[in-house]
Design a protein around this ligand. Structure first.
Ligand code: GRF
Length: 192
């Protein structure tokens, strides 16, 4: 793991597929003095990702790759990552599964945020499942990405109470707010 040296920030790529509120939040964090990382590249698997607007807003290089052929997409991504000297990857609402080969290459330097208290509710529809099961708590987790979906070592986790009146939409909103605190905290934890 690369440690912080002087004022040099670790060049980071963020992968998204959707709204990009975590991306926006990470970019803002990256511009603060306390951030160990800078955001230098944004990847999306779809041009429809609303979050791509943050590439324009913050003048960050963006690339869209169609993941119909994962091999081809990953090869192109790898080339760009090397060219841009990217040393760290944050997945933030990225809805495609990266290959084992790709993940192995970035072992220990690729992380993800997941909207549940892992190991509970790996995969999709986490808020629905928590409500359905009448859970008392939900939350979010930042973890290292490994070959097994949502199963890598946990870096940080934060929980909140589920209110009796909560539904999956209100819970998602609450958890997302929490995610915006957790992701920068997890990044700081890794590098300091
Ligand atoms: C977040 O809830 C994240 O945990 C999950 O996908 C959602 C992405 O939201 N993996 P956004 O695109 O960052 O707003």
């Amino acid at each position: 793991m690369e440690k912080l040296t002087g004022l040099k920030k670790i060049k980071t790529a963020v992968f998204i597929s959707g709204t990009g509120s975590n991306l926006n939040n990470i970019i803002k964090f990256s511009k603060t003095k306390k951030s160990p990382i800078s955001i230098n590249l944004i990847f999306s698997n779809t041009s429809k990702a609303k979050g791509l607007r943050y590439a324009e807003e913050f003048k960050i290089k963006k690339k869209i790759f169609n993941f119909e052929n994962v091999n081809i997409a990953e090869k192109k991504i790898l080339t760009l990552l090397e060219k841009q000297k990217i040393k760290f990857i944050c997945l933030a609402g990225f809805m495609k599964i990266l290959s084992k080969k790709f993940i192995k290459k970035f072992d220990g330097i690729i992380i993800n945020i997941h909207p549940s208290l892992l190991p509970k509710y790996k995969g999709l529809n986490t808020h629905n499942r928590a409500i359905k099961n009448k859970d008392k708590f939900s939350g979010c987790t930042v973890h290292y990405v490994t070959e097994k979906l949502d199963s890598g070592i946990v870096i940080l986790q934060k929980k909140i109470k589920i209110a009796a009146k909560d539904n999956s939409v209100s819970l998602a909103k609450k958890v997302l707010k929490l995610e915006h605190k957790l992701y920068p905290a997890a990044i700081k934890k890794i590098f300091t």
